[in-house]
Design a protein around this ligand. Structure first.
Ligand SMILES: Cc1ncc(C[n+]2csc(CCOP(=O)(O)OP(=O)(O)O)c2C)c(N)n1
Ligand SMILES: [Mg+2]
Length: 578
């Protein structure tokens, strides 16, 4: 094909090629392998989104920044490349900030890029459009925060954001881009040279050999050893090595929620169904990418029983050690390097785990599984949590590759216990904060980043926090099946207003609501399911068709318990309830 000849006017030929802030940010992201942006458009970043799309990036528009931020965060978790969320100034920035803080708490690498208003006006508090000192607001809530004022610094600014997000313990980074920066012009050659490709953004951190030896000596001395896998272990993508370590040691393992599936929940060493027993009775506990925070009762108290405990902890952050209890064998380094070093030093004839202990754990596990089995098989209407989850458990067993997103209270705690996972990084949930609202953002990014079908199991309250994104799911035609566990409220749908007035109780919603109609409003498939059989058929159809689907699963409003399984954290009034 002939190349058309374009005759430029003489002045244009002499003029140097130019670039600007818009293009430099796009080029800097692309140079570092970032190809997707999750966000909401508006001043001053509307054209940035358009230009990024024109430059071949995937720019995914949401209905609310918090959901875009959650999408970016989980994209970072799934890919080990920072997920990027793009927002407008002040209110858009604040909407995204919850997701940034949540990402930081959960160690997900994410960059929140927000446009901001005129520095001169903001700093003199003269009342600019969407005025806010966003950098100052973001700083305490994320791992690092940067502002770029000159186009020539965009390359460095983006590079710093990327490295801060993924190196060491990953987390959220804020990048403040004032409106004026986008239209700043510079010579295109100088602009290209100013960009930085981040070399080795998350360098390996090799553990000290004596620390490895100390850890192994302690593990070998154990009579009742336990390995706890956290989502840090899942994030590491060292799946084969971790499996080799667990199997070579023969030690029972307990997966934290998002580490489920790192080794299958049906693995003979999995102690998930004997959680209380192993926490109480173990004597040496090796934590791999799991923190001793509230989710593990801080490593002490009733949950951990009376038997004296010694901890081995693998973590990339030295400050994590002794955060709650003494760590007898700290192993500081990245998980891949630490697990490799352990495997190397274990050698070829590591002793089997004491069989009286593994035998006791196994029989407890079998006993608990047998106890739960009949509850999962009831085919009744309305469903209770167990019978509905029994269906979904079969779906995941038959389709172990799908991604499960899960939030709610009973809907979360019971799904975690009932639905076995078989593959790594297939369970995405409320994480360290137990935050509601991650559902649709996580589901959308999981579908986009992995191309796999997603099953989002949502409490009716939980779903409400991001429910408007069903439009986004339909707009991008994503293979997402949302199941709303509709029990008419938060925890239960049966509370009454104890003041006796006309207002409903604080925890109940409209009775008999039809969430399935929301999906239909945007062209997706809506289904009402009242029995476990109907539920299973509808989910299978959705996953087969890959069509955006929302199933309103009718759950007995009286079936749930207060705060799911963490009701003990509720403070109690000394004055008796009426
Ligand atoms: C951002 C946020 N707001 C509020 C809460 C408190 N909260 C915990 S669970 C929950 C909803 C539980 O109801 P639902 O999702 O319907 O689950 P169910 O127990 O009914 O299955 C709420 C509001 C929270 N965890 N996060
Ligand atoms: Mg509910």
């Amino acid at each position: 094909m002939d190349t058309p000849t374009v005759t430029k006017p003489k002045e244009a030929e002499d003029a140097p090629d130019l670039t600007d802030g818009f293009h430099l940010v796009i080029d800097a992201l692309k140079l570092n392998g970032i190809t997707t942006i999750y966000g909401v458009p508006g001043i001053p970043i509307t054209d940035f989104g358009r230009l990024a799309q024109a430059a071949g990036m995937r720019v995914v528009s949401f209905r609310h920044e918090q959901n875009a931020g959650n999408a970016a965060a989980i994209a970072g978790y799934l890919t080990k490349t920072p997920g990027v969320c793009l927002t407008v100034s002040a209110p858009g920035f604040l909407n995204g900030l919850t997701a940034l803080a949540n990402a930081t708490t959960n160690c997900f690498p994410m960059i929140l890029i927000s446009g901001s208003s005129e520095r001169e006006i903001v700093d003199l508090a003269q009342g600019d459009y969407e005025e806010m000192d966003q950098l100052a607001v973001a700083k305490p809530l994320c791992k690092a925060a940067f502002r770029v004022l000159h186009a020539a610094d965009i390359g460095i600014g983006v590079a710093r954001a990327i490295r801060a997000a993924v190196s060491g313990r990953p987390g959220g980074v804020y990048l403040d881009l004032p409106a004026k920066l986008f239209s700043q012009v510079m010579n295109a050659d100088a602009g290209a040279k100013s960009l930085v490709k981040v070399i080795d953004p998350a360098p390996a951190q090799i553990p000290a050999q004596d620390a490895v030896k100390r850890a192994l000596d302690l593990l070998k001395s154990a009579k009742r050893p336990l390995i706890i896998l956290g989502k840090g272990a899942a994030y590491a993508q060292a799946d084969d090595k971790i499996r080799a370590l667990v199997e070579k040691s023969g030690v029972p393992f307990l997966p934290m929620s998002m580490a489920k599936g790192l080794l299958p929940d049906t693995h003979p060493q999995c102690a998930g169904a004997a959680r209380s027993t192993v926490l109480q009775e173990s004597d040496v506990v090796m934590l791999i990418g799991a923190r001793l925070n509230w989710l593990l009762s801080h490593g002490k108290g009733k949950t951990w029983g009376k038997a004296p405990k010694q901890f081995i902890q693998i973590d990339i952050d030295p400050k994590e050690m002794d955060s709650n209890v003494e760590i007898a064998a700290p192993l500081v380094g990245d998980i891949t390097s630490c697990v490799s070093a352990l495997l190397d030093q274990m050698g070829g004839n590591w002793p089997a785990s004491p069989s009286d202990w593994t035998g006791a754990v196994n029989s407890k596990r079998e006993e608990n599984i047998a106890k739960m089995a009949p509850r999962l098989m009831k085919n009744s209407a309305p469903m209770d949590f167990h019978s509905a989850l029994g269906s979904l458990r079969t779906v995941v067993k038959e389709r172990p590759d799908i991604i499960l997103v899960n939030e709610g209270a009973n809907t979360l705690d019971l799904a975690r216990a009932v639905i076995d996972m078989y593959q790594p990084r297939r369970r995405l949930d409320v994480g360290t904060w137990g935050v509601m609202g991650i559902g649709m953002g996580f589901a959308i990014a999981a579908a986009m980043e992995t191309g796999k079908p997603v099953l989002a199991v949502e409490g009716d309250s939980a779903f409400g926090f991001s429910g408007m994104e069903v439009e986004t799911i339909c707009r991008y035609n994503l293979p997402i099946c949302v199941v709303v566990f509709n029990n008419n409220g938060i925890y239960r749908g049966t509370d009454v207003n104890s003041g006796g007035g006309a207002d409903p109780a604080t925890t109940v919603f409209v009775k008999g609501a039809r969430y399935d109609k929301m999906m239909e409003a945007f062209g997706g498939v809506g289904v009402q399911a009242t029995t476990p059989d109907e539920l299973k058929r509808a989910v299978d159809a959705a996953l087969d068709s890959k069509k955006p689907t929302l199933i309103n699963a009718v759950i007995d409003p009286g079936a749930g318990s207060e705060s799911g399984r963490i009701g003990n954290l509720n403070p109690q009034s000394v004055i008796k309830k009426k």
